[in-house]
Ligand binder design. Structure first.
Ligand code: ZN
Length: 266
């Protein structure tokens, strides 16, 4: 992964994806937007208490930076579940999707930019360069327990005849194990879901663990049959990297959202 700039937007880009061509993608940083503190400045989350006018302005900055149309920048109302929205029509009523409650989007439509808003949770992008299908997924600990990234891969396989070995995955800036302590109910939820909690969490005291959420999602992707060399994980912790990213925990809830976004080129 590397930090790049397009238009006004500084973003982290997956080299794995860019080497294959056919899409624009990445994870935004907080720089060069129009929102004021504590949302400074490229806050892309409409669920925050930031002025909607500023968030709209920031979404326009993002769309413009990648030659996308802002009305075709599609996000949803994220609820920490595992439902996905499938966009397989060229011209639906895009404004309608904003109210839909789900946590991931899948599309085969060029020119439609799909995105998930995060501030700690893992943003995960998928690309099937053979079938030309992409996905953007929001995976906090609840979504990860509910297997949302595996569900994203399954959607690409079942709905578009994809093969896991063709699919690439990019896990963006997430809160790191350095800053993410969780307690027993979280550990239990992972174990009950049949996930190897001890593989991606380290004990840190009395019934407490440091959870590596990006690693948890990487493990889940590996189990779907995606090749190890086709998964890229960003090493940056959003809580440690205060100048680059928003972090809900660090900023005690009063903060903006960065976005993981992807669009098939026309
Ligand atoms: Zn950290």
């Amino acid at each position: 992964m590397e930090i790049r700039k397009s238009g006004r937007v500084h973003y982290v880009e997956s080299k794995l994806f860019s080497a294959r061509g056919g899409s624009v993608q990445g994870f935004t940083t907080r720089h060069e937007g129009v929102s004021r503190p504590p949302y400074n400045s490229l806050n892309l989350g409409l669920s925050t208490l930031d002025s909607p006018h500023n968030v709209e302005g920031n979404r326009s900055i993002l769309a413009r930076a990648f030659d996308a149309r802002v009305e075709k920048l599609v996000t949803v109302t994220q609820v920490h579940g595992n439902d996905l929205l499938l966009l397989d029509q060229p011209n639906p009523d895009f404004s309608h999707f904003l109210k839909l409650e789900c946590d991931g989007l899948v599309t085969n439509q060029p020119g439609v930019m799909i995105g998930v808003c995060v501030a700690d949770c893992a943003p995960v992008l998928l690309l099937d360069p053979v079938n030309k299908v992409v996905a953007a997924i929001h995976a906090g600990w609840k979504g990860t327990v509910a297997g949302i990234v595996a569900k994203g891969v399954q959607a690409m396989v079942n709905l578009f005849d994809g093969r896991p070995r063709d699919i690439l995955a990019s896990i963006g800036p997430t809160i790191g194990a350095c800053c993410y302590e969780v307690d027993e109910p979280v550990a239990e939820a992972f174990r009950n879901a049949g996930q190897d909690f001890e593989v991606f969490a380290q004990p840190s005291g009395d019934r407490k663990w440091r959870l590596d959420l990006a690693q948890a999602n990487r493990q889940q992707l590996l189990r779907t049959g995606i090749a190890e060399e086709n998964i890229e994980v960003c090493k940056l912790c959003v809580s440690c990297e205060k100048d680059l990213f928003f972090s809900y925990r660090r900023d005690k809830g009063e903060t903006g959202r960065q976005m993981g976004f992807i669009m098939l080129k026309k």
